[in-house]
Design a protein around this ligand. Structure first.
Ligand code: ZN
Length: 331
């Protein structure tokens, strides 16, 4: 069984919605610690996603605010690591990564999807680092202090929207994130913002959960030029399992689609730039994904072998590339 590192899931958000405070077994979600162990996970990135602005407005004073929300969801992950320390442990430094790997524990990487709560403050970026955050997806589907999204309000962008670059703060924050050791994630960022990150980042950056626009023309996916830029930075693109990002307009995706996108990533950006970023628990219950839960990666591996991928290439795509990026990011 090949081990894997998965760079994006929304399990924390779903667990919180279902009042679960321990991620070990989550019958209603697509992954939990138990299934990650069975599937051979080396590391799982856990995103704290912020509620939509419209949801925040609707909830009014019932919403606790972004910072409390972030701490609540981060707390679920920390709590799980306390309860199940033999199985899963936080990964905030190279040493923690090494310790977890030698002890056979899953490394839990805390990430934020939408940096709006940082509110344009460099000091707050430091606060996020102290909380244990090691990747920030700069935007979600709304403009924020960093930049502009590639799916504004969840809809296709106009070409002028897509060309908007990072804000002044966003540009400065790239350097500060490089310095602090917080991985920059461009998965929801406008093409203009992507180009700014590619130009300014001195460290590898990632698209944690995006696919190839050449194969599936969706604003959330990366053009060949963008794939090459991620590869050139030493970063990776994590294969997203959400059907509309694998096959245009689709609600069903198969493993064949996953293999096609992985092959394209390798052909265009080199085998060093392909990785996994499932989006488990972030795609809705009604869609049928190629890989439906962690152990499905084994089926994907089988099909990749039959499709001509070499075992060494699969090792890179499944974990070695993402591990390399983590090591280059963490101190
Ligand atoms: Zn996302």
């Amino acid at each position: 069984m090949t081990q894997f590192i998965d760079m994006h899931c929304d399990t924390l958000t779903q667990a919180n919605l279902h009042f679960r405070h321990d991620l070990y077994t989550l019958p209603m979600e697509q992954l939990d610690v138990k299934r990650l162990l069975e599937g051979g996970a080396l590391a799982q990135f856990f995103a704290v996603c912020l509620p939509k602005i419209t949801t925040v407005q609707r909830l009014g004073r019932l919403y606790e605010g972004d910072w409390k929300h972030i701490k609540r969801l981060a707390g679920i992950l920390y709590h799980t690591c306390v309860l199940h320390g033999d199985s899963v442990s936080m990964c905030r430094s190279r040493k923690e990564l090494d310790d977890n790997m030698s002890a056979g524990r899953i490394s839990a990487v805390l990430t934020i999807e939408d940096g709006r709560d940082i509110g344009g403050s460099m000091e707050r970026l430091g606060l996020y680092h102290r909380l244990g955050v090691r990747l920030i997806t700069l935007t979600w589907n709304f403009a924020n202090c960093f930049g502009y999204p590639n799916l504004p309000g969840g809809a296709a962008p106009s070409s002028s929207d897509m060309e908007r670059g990072l804000t002044d703060f966003g540009k400065e924050a790239v350097g500060e994130m490089n310095r602090l050791g917080i991985l920059i994630d461009v998965s929801h960022l406008s093409d203009g913002g992507f180009r700014d990150v590619a130009e300014l980042s001195k460290k590898p950056f990632v698209a944690s959960h995006s696919n190839c626009r050449q194969l599936c023309d969706h604003p959330r996916n990366l053009t060949d030029e963008m794939i090459r830029a991620v590869g050139m930075s030493g970063g990776v693109v994590g294969l997203n399992q959400n059907p509309p990002f694998l096959r245009r307009g689709s609600k069903i995706s198969g493993l064949e689609d996953c293999v096609r996108h992985l092959r394209h990533l390798c052909d265009v950006g080199g085998v060093g730039c392909a990785a996994l970023g499932s989006d488990f628990d972030g795609c809705g219950r009604s869609v049928r994904m190629g890989v439906r839960e962690p152990k499905g990666y084994q089926e994907l591996e089988g099909l990749m072998l039959r499709s001509g991928f070499m075992p060494e290439e699969i090792d890179k795509i499944f974990y070695k590339n993402a591990e390399r990026v983590l090591r280059e990011t963490l101190s």
